[in-house]
Write a protein that binds this ligand. Structure first.
Ligand code: NOJ
Length: 761
């Protein structure tokens, strides 16, 4: 900015007139910013130099639109005056293009709006919830899902999505665990990259590209006691080693925006956290997009008790590094006064405006502001096929006694029961504003359509919905079970029981579903339980009572056909748990990548019923476990069976000692000794045995999906740069520390072959 404009900007009243009169000062022709052949930074500079303070504050203001009588006139007025830079929740493509036309044609400088929406796991074609997508351990299908979401959403004028949600979550009571990729840093990092790539595409100016938004920045997944909007207490080292890496990965992938989260960490609300929003994000990572607050999270710093009023909230938000404010309007209301009082600097306002304009230029919005993708892309055949593939890959086979699955040719009559067997709405999962339930294909639909010629499907839901406590239908289901060869019971959670603000203190099956499974189990018929949920549930009892259990985090539009093909063996299940399944709620937080602690449990612990009466108190020889729950989870991270049988052998490393710039090559022989062609997710874990600070007992550092026919073997090869072993140690610097390590290759975080290696200075 030139010095004259800078000087004048402190006197808010005359800025508009003066900048108008001086045109764009040092930045060339006033229309330079409209010239797409100019470098983005020059365009930003040129436009910024012509903006009044009011227009600048307008760019920082994001508003949610509504669909009503006065919406068009109200928003047209505000947009024409330059008071709004971005809209969310625009009701229709008509509204999107109409509002964009006002911005382009009626606002003084013709700055396009950035139209945004929560397109979280699909727009119309709904993919599995993100936790389910993470269970695929398949970055390609996840990237494809994000691309499809972008193609469909942009056809309605949406060029910015509030995704990916990459909060590490280790507490399934927290409803928002559904929206992320689970508990693991490495898996979430890779999924973060894949989703950013998918949403943003290869060319940002392509009309089907959407800006991604890495959220919620940061630490929100550690909400105390799994209760939403709660405080977090993450010390800096944990923040850097666990919670920040997926966000850094998003930055490296070119993610254009970040969203500051609702939580206060160690007393500082995320929207007022300069250390994270500015020092780390911009200073350390070099981010040059913009930060949007979460919904009203600037204003809510007053609720936190971090600001006395909205004016102070606006000051702290801007000074910390929140560029655009979602919905609470504290910036547009108070910023001029704050500027006059010298509490905020015009340079900081300018930086925020420039960050937002930069993204608008990068997306090519000035050149192509209107919808340019045909409407017909929605629910297209390839989109539905990809959604089916994702749902198929995301289902996790937790149990399969006596190979009851896949159902054999001999099965001619089946009973399909349970409240989620035909739940068009709930199958889509949380955060679905645009998917239509009429397009959902349920398991009932798929069995009738795809398999109905060969088998008789008797459908008796037994319960109306997951929370239904009316047990009357259970007897009908039990009766119907008498005449069939196998029973498939689809239970779990309605979609509204997970997601934002939907946390639970109890993770057992809700309603009378537990009783339904118990009653079906007593019939003695082969019982296949399918669980559709937004989180891992504590289903130990149902696991014991069922012959086979398939876990399908709400699988989306094509969940039904995917599950049908798995149940009848057209494909083998290949999903793996992206989060540890607790056996009991009291074990939470329970996750595989924990520190060892002083007395790790070893499996020979004395449980509550084995303690003698009046046993003497001693702490010697005791280890870290629960008297009533042992220490292990129900299922570890990375767990999942298939219809094959995978054996690992011959683990080997290319060397036993590595220098810090080496790359480790680790191999193992993988054989499918089962009877079915199947896919295994081979996983690589490491442990750093001693560090300047304690290190986790295991850390995932690689995975690969491998498909093998019966009897087939292959060598799985991982290449792990030693630099991937770096962590923030005692000096709070990221380094690889020399010493001894163990490396595992196996099928989950709790098993596998191991081999030692060392790293030297
Ligand atoms: C609040 C949620 O926390 C966030 O994830 C979402 O993107 C915004 N609202 C906008 O709907």
């Amino acid at each position: 900015m030139n010095s004259i404009t800078r000087l004048l900007l402190t006197g808010a009243g005359i800025i508009g007139i003066t900048t108008l009169l001086t045109g764009c000062g040092a930045s060339g022709s006033p229309d330079l910013y409209k010239d797409s052949s100019q470098p983005v930074e020059k365009r930003v500079e040129s436009l910024l130099s012509q903006m009044t303070l009011d227009e600048k504050l307008g760019q920082l203001n994001q508003r949610s639109m509504w669909d009503g009588d006065n919406a068009l006139s109200y928003f047209s007025g505000e947009i024409a005056s330059g008071n709004i830079g971005s809209l969310l929740n625009v009701p229709s493509p008509f509204h999107a293009d109409s509002m964009q036309r006002v911005a382009m044609e009626q606002s003084r400088l013709g700055i396009p709006l950035l139209i945004s929406r929560d397109v979280i796991h699909g727009y119309k074609t709904i993919f599995p919830i993100p936790l389910g997508q993470a269970a695929t351990f398949d970055t390609l299908i996840v990237e494809k899902g994000a691309r499809i979401a972008a193609v469909e959403a942009s056809s309605d004028g949406i060029r910015w999505t509030f995704a990916p949600m990459i909060d590490i979550a280790r507490d399934p009571r927290w409803g928002r665990i559904a929206e992320g990729c689970g508990e693991d840093v490495y898996l979430t990092r890779l999924m973060s990259r894949a989703m950013v790539k998918g949403f943003q595409g290869d060319d940002l100016t392509d009309p089907t590209s959407m800006a991604a938004c890495a959220k919620h920045f940061v630490g929100y997944g550690a909400s105390e006691s799994g209760r939403d909007y709660n405080s977090t207490f993450i010390p800096e080292r944990l923040l850097r080693n666990i919670y920040l890496p997926p966000f850094e990965e998003a930055c490296k992938a070119g993610c254009l925006t970040y969203m500051s989260s609702f939580n206060d960490n160690d007393g500082v609300p995320a929207s007022g956290n300069k250390f994270v929003l500015t020092d780390i994000l911009r200073g350390e990572w070099g981010f040059n997009g913009f930060v949007v607050s979460d919904w009203a999270s600037v204003g809510e710093m007053v609720n936190h008790g971090f600001c006395a009023d909205n004016k102070e909230a606006a000051m702290k938000g801007l000074n910390a590094g929140v560029d655009m404010e979602m919905e609470s309007c504290t910036y547009i209301t108070h910023m001029k006064e704050l500027l006059d009082e010298g509490k905020v600097k015009i340079d900081d306002i300018d930086k925020s405006v420039a960050n937002i304009l930069r993204v608008k230029f990068m997306l090519g919005l000035f050149e192509k502001p209107y919808i340019a993708t045909p409407q017909e892309v929605k629910y297209s055949e390839p989109h539905l096929a990809a959604a089916k593939e994702a749902a198929m890959k995301s289902a996790i086979l937790l149990k399969n006694d006596n190979d009851v699955l896949p159902l054999s040719q001999g099965v001619k009559r089946i009973l399909l029961t349970g409240p989620l067997a035909d739940a068009r709405h709930d199958q889509m999962g949380t955060w679905v504003f645009d998917g239509e339930k009429d397009k959902t294909v349920t398991l009932l639909d798929a069995l009738r359509k795809e398999y109905g010629n060969d088998i008789t499907v008797i459908y008796e839901p037994a319960l109306g919905y997951s929370r239904d406590k009316n047990e009357a239908g259970i007897a009908r289901a039990v009766n119907a079970a008498r005449g069939v060869d196998a029973v498939i019971a689809v239970v779990g959670e309605e979609s509204i029981l997970s997601g934002e603000a939907h946390c639970l203190a109890d993770l057992d099956l809700v309603g009378a579903q537990g009783k339904l499974i118990e009653a079906l189990s007593r019939t003695g018929k082969p019982l296949v339980t399918v669980v559709m949920a937004g989180r891992p549930l504590t289903i130990k009892k149902q696991i014991d009572e069922s012959d086979a259990v398939l876990y399908s985090f709400h699988p989306g539009t094509m969940g039904g056909p995917a599950l049908a093909d798995l149940i009848f063996g057209k494909e083998s299940p290949s999903g793996k748990t992206p989060v540890t399944f607790p056996a009991r709620v009291g074990q939470i937080p329970i996750y595989y990548s924990k520190n060892a602690g002083s007395r790790p449990a070893h499996g020979t612990e004395t449980l509550i019923n084995d303690i003698p009466q009046e046993g003497g108190q001693t702490s010697l020889g005791n280890t870290s476990y629960w008297l009533d729950a042992g220490f292990g989870p129900l299922f570890p991270f990375g767990y999942g069976l298939s219809y094959g049988k995978f054996d690992y052998a011959d683990i080997a490393l290319d060397k036993t000692s590595y220098s810090k710039d080496d790359c480790i090559t680790a191999t193992a022989k993988l054989t499918n000794s089962g009877k079915h062609k199947a896919t295994e997710v081979a996983q690589l874990y490491i442990r750093d045995h001693a560090g300047s600070v304690t290190r986790p007992v295991k850390e995932l550092k690689g995975f690969e999906r491998v498909t093998l026919s019966p009897g087939e073997s292959t060598t799985v090869t991982f290449r792990l740069p030693v630099s991937e072993l770096a962590f923030y140690g005692a000096d709070m610097k990221k380094n690889v520390e020399a010493g001894d390590f163990t490396l595992w290759i196996g099928g989950d975080s709790d098993c596998g072959l191991s081999t030692p290696f060392s790293v030297t200075d």
